[in-house]
Design a protein around this ligand. Structure first.
Ligand SMILES: *Cc1c(COP(=O)(O)O)cnc(C)c1O
Length: 464
């Protein structure tokens, strides 16, 4: 396959941040001290930090100017109104509640729709989203399309919900037991894979048929809209803004981590489409927000955070930016194609998810191949990534047995507007070096300590 040309940055650099170069010996000490958990590393010890694209974005000069304009009033600040009006207009929703990050929106909303004995169904739950379903006492079911589970299957829209499976799951549990359907766009856990408008509309129709609440988990709405415009024939002449409105029209509510496509470092939103129909729900959302997040006109955010988020939401929908953004993923993926390194393909919107199972076929799921590759990338080049596989998935909440994930990925999440073409080249070189010695890495890791929920953030590991 021909190498993809790098899409040049539609911006220039005004401020720089020095990063430390480390030696291989220093990294061996640091990773051991971190109990082989990359979340425990000091960022100073990482040369290229791809742990997440969440909150690691570079803001624009306009956003930084917004920081200075932030209105820090407790009640009714102008920055609150600016954010709410921007979001209402962008998504065409009646009610917008700022919160401090995505999981805060989940914490506010999910207990209002779920309880013990209920289930929630998604194309794929993100880890905190699954955790908030379980914290509300309910159980989480994934119904992603089958092709998502085959990293080499290059079908478009591999983030889609399998609508047949969705309907079967609804009938199996009984519609009255399904408290919530969650459409995650893009589908983070499946590799930042997009969801088509056609699929979002089909899911909305099923939810209407069975009177089930549909929430959009909209962390990466801009990247999803870009893929729709590029790959869904019926929408190629629509603007990104029009596509975003069509996507959001399918939901009753949305929860959003603005730390992704809000291009800020902290923030989240919760939206309700129809103020009249959901007046009771909005009343309860306000009550929960005040208890958990702060007064409704700031929801755990500073005025300056709300001001910069209002600007970031707009910048994320600029087509030149999205061409460059997704172009970075495609460039890195094309370097891997050249040498046969497998990843979730076609490449998604916010990172390259390396197929660690393919790189280490001899390492079983309960020795965490995705974590093995993450540790090797750190040792090789100071690149910090994370496992998206059985290590992240954790144990069955009922039986406490280690679950086997559908895939074992190591995620290279690319922060927005942060790294250059040369950094991407270093990522590819490190992966190639590891692939060459993959057979000499005989065993994985075992967990020596873990907390009961969201264990991958804190667990301690040891090489076997
Ligand atoms: C990041 C993310 C969340 C949680 O958001 P936070 O801001 O990290 O709390 C929820 N869903 C998806 C799909 C995400 O990517």
């Amino acid at each position: 396959m021909a190498m993809k040309k790098y899409v040049p940055e539609p911006f220039r650099i005004k401020m720089v941040e020095t990063i430390k170069m480390t030696t291989s010996e220093e990294r061996d000490v640091a990773i051991k001290k971190a109990h082989y958990n990359l979340f425990n590393l000091a960022s100073e010890d990482c040369y290229i930090d791809l742990l997440t694209d969440s909150g690691t974005n570079a803001m624009s000069h306009n956003q930084w100017a917004g920081i200075m304009r932030g209105d820090e009033a407790y009640g009714g600040s102008s920055s609150f109104y600016k954010l709410v009006n921007t979001a209402k207009n962008m998504f065409n929703y009646d009610y917008i509640q700022p919160v401090h990050q995505g999981r805060a929106a989940e914490k506010v909303l999910f207990p209002l729709l779920l309880e013990k004995g209920k289930v929630a169904i998604s194309n794929m739950f993100f880890d905190t989203t699954r955790a908030h379903v379980e914290l509300a006492g309910a159980r989480a079911i994934d119904c992603v399309v089958e092709e998502a589970k085959d990293p080499s299957d290059r079908k478009k829209f591999k983030g889609n919900m399998d609508v047949k499976k969705l309907e079967e799951a609804i009938l199996e549990h009984g519609p009255e037991k399904v408290g919530l359907v969650v459409m995650t766009v893009t589908n983070n856990s499946a590799g930042g894979q997009p969801v088509s408008i056609e699929n979002m509309q089909a899911v909305a129709a099923i939810c209407r048929k069975y009177h089930i609440h549909l929430n959009i988990d909209a962390a990466r709405q801009a990247e999803n809209a870009y893929f729709i415009k590029r790959d869904e024939e019926a929408y190629k002449d629509h603007s990104i803004k029009e596509i975003v409105r069509l996507m959001f029209e399918t939901g009753d509510t949305f929860t959003m981590s603005a730390k992704k496509d809000g291009i800020v470092n902290m923030g989240g939103l919760l939206g309700v489409k129809d103020e009249e129909k959901f007046s009771e729900l909005i009343f309860k959302i306000k009550a929960n927000t005040i208890s958990f997040e702060g007064f409704i006109s700031y929801g755990g955010l500073s005025g300056r955070d709300m001001e910069s988020l209002a600007i970031g939401l707009e910048e994320a929908l600029e087509e030149d930016y999205l061409d460059y953004r997704v172009g970075q993923m495609e460039y890195l993926a094309s370097l891997l194609d050249d040498v046969g390194i497998k990843y979730q393909s076609p490449v998604g919107g916010h990172g390259v998810f390396i197929d660690a199972k393919a790189m280490f076929p001899h390492i079983p799921y309960n020795e965490f191949p995705g974590q093995v590759l993450a540790i090797e990338l750190y040792k090789e080049a100071g690149i910090r990534t994370c496992d998206i596989g059985s290590y992240m998935l954790g144990n069955d909440p009922d039986t406490k047995e280690q679950l086997e994930a559908d895939f074992e990925f190591t995620r290279l999440a690319i922060p927005r507007r942060v790294y250059t073409q040369a950094h991407l080249d270093i990522m590819a070189e490190a992966l190639i070096a590891i692939q060459k010695r993959a057979a000499t890495i005989k065993q994985g890791y075992k967990i020596t300590w873990e907390p009961p929920i969201l264990r991958h953030f804190q667990a301690h590991l040891e090489p076997l």
